[in-house]
Design a protein around this ligand. Structure first.
Ligand SMILES: CC(C)(COP(=O)(O)OP(=O)(O)OC[C@H]1O[C@@H](n2cnc3c(N)ncnc32)[C@H](O)[C@@H]1OP(=O)(O)O)[C@@H](O)C(=O)NCCC(=O)NCCS
Length: 166
């Protein structure tokens, strides 16, 4: 609730309930098993390796695309106290490995991953770039803010072929 109610999380993740309450957090957690069971999305809690305290969340979603089920989109947030320590860059690295791993080896067998963020969300863009994603689109005024303004929306992608070669 603290992480999702945080000003910057609310600023960049416009789809989050606002204000964000404990029931919203409980509802999100309760909905994740169904999302995974239906094959739509997988979400991970990012926790402190020593204390197991929740630091953030990273998800891969859009896995049930009817036309192309070899893709996935990565999304994330960190608790404000845990930001700036490259935790999310490291978490995304692990998610990428799992996403590209063949299904027969326990992975998601993806071929292409995408990541989207507002062009002014530099921290999020850094996470994409640190993980080898390439910016492939800059959609003009495509990312709505809660105050009625819009930002340009960057799309980054990463292919399994280039990831394997890196
Ligand atoms: C985006 C977010 C998850 C990044 O998490 P994080 O653990 O702080 O990220 P990391 O420390 O792994 O890496 C962040 C990168 O951005 C940089 N960075 C961190 N805070 C920054 C800021 N406020 N402005 C600019 N750059 C910033 C870091 O230096 C790092 O860059 P580097 O690898 O070149 O040094 C976190 O800022 C967040 O929760 N933001 C609010 C929610 C959000 O924007 N979600 C994504 C929506 S698209």
């Amino acid at each position: 609730m603290e992480a999702c109610g945080d000003e910057r999380t609310q600023q960049w993740l416009t789809g989050m309930p606002s204000p964000y309450g404990l029931d919203d957090a409980k509802g999100f957690i309760a909905s994740r098993p169904d999302a995974a069971a239906s094959g739509e999305a997988v979400a991970w809690a990012v926790t402190d390796a020593v204390t197991d305290e929740l630091l953030g969340n990273v998800s891969i979603f859009g896995l049930n695309n009817r036309i192309d089920n070899s893709i996935g989109e990565i999304g994330y947030w960190m608790h404000p106290d845990a930001r700036g320590r490259k935790v999310m860059s490291s978490a995304v690295e692990l998610v990428i490995g799992h996403a590209f791993r063949p299904v027969k080896d326990g992975g998601l067998g993806r071929r292409r991953l995408v990541l989207r963020c507002a062009d002014v969300n530099t921290a999020s863009a850094h996470v994409a770039e640190a993980n080898g994603f390439t910016q492939v689109a800059d959609e003009r005024l495509a990312d709505p803010r809660r105050d009625g303004t819009y930002n340009n929306l960057l799309t980054y992608d990463l292919l399994a072929t280039e990831h394997a070669a890196s």
